[in-house]
Design a protein around this ligand. Sequence first.
Ligand code: IPM
Ligand code: MN
Length: 356
Amino acid sequence: MSKEYNIAVIPGDGTGPEVVAEGVKVLETVADISGFSFKFTYYRLGGDHYKATGEILSDETIESLATSDAICLGAIGHPDVRPGILEKGILLKLRFHFDQYVNLRPVKLYEGVDTPLKDKGPADIDFVVVRENTEGLYAGAGGYLKRGTPDEVAVQESINTRKGVERCLRYAFEYCRKRNRRKKLTLCGKTNVLTFAFDLWERAFYEVAKEYPDIETDYAHVDAICMWMVKNPEWFDVIVTDNMFGDIITDLAAMIQGGMGIAAGANINPDGVSMFEPIGGSAPKYTGKGIINPIAAISSAQLMLETLGEEKAASFIESAVIKVLRDDLKNVGAGKMGFTTGEVGDLVADYIQKNS
Ligand code: IPM
Ligand code: MN
């Protein structure tokens, strides 16, 4: 019997369900021609579910998700739910629970997509950010003293464990080697000010680097990375960094690759259950209109196939995305594509069907 993958689907909030549907459509098309199949199980999680039931994410749901081969997520975030509740209660909880210690964000400017960077094109913007995804400022360490009084103190600590940092670095070195492009890994830190946390990162980086003599090592402070990403994005091949810096620089990176409609992300536990998501969020103002760009969700499905080891099937998706962005879409922005969300999914699926 051919291989069947169990995929948990969390459509979530806002435009999440619309874009996830296109990711699933494309996955089904790819499976048809690739000799494997998917069993999709849907989970109702997110702001609407929380408002209706008071439940954020139950232990039973987590147990059930744990039986899947991978998770496809649409978006989490609701205009009527206080910031932090759903993000911490669902998204971060899943990342932490499943120990998805790498947040992988490819940054690639495809032909036919506009970048706000003057004089830069697809040859200049093609790198990957490996963001540590379970520690740092996101670990939730800290607290208050005398909250709500004039003497209030709030402390939020960045947790950096040697093990946590090292496994992320190793992933980045391996990824850089496998990617086999410039073979250059840039550590993004702040060693001039965060002299404890990034001292650990830096020492671990150069120690691990000894095992990868084929990879060129490079270091830049996070503020300088922001500058170079705009001025000379062609310098980067793979960037590795901590959770908070990774969060910030990947939004900047998403903009230079054409915006949130394009940017895909993966939360990876190489030995466990990984989760794939478009990084654009729930986009409440576009919800239900069928005008949001599903390419980020489709590309995150591609990342899922790569992570599952279905490289060939993944490459079918990328070829189709390249074609549709180059020849068909008028623009990548919501409402400006010249097609509906569903039609863009159809274009990708049709191309795969006819050309793979
Ligand atoms: C992201 C998002 C999340 C993060 C939020 C929604 C918690 O911004 O995936 O980058 O900060 O990691
Ligand atoms: Mn972010």
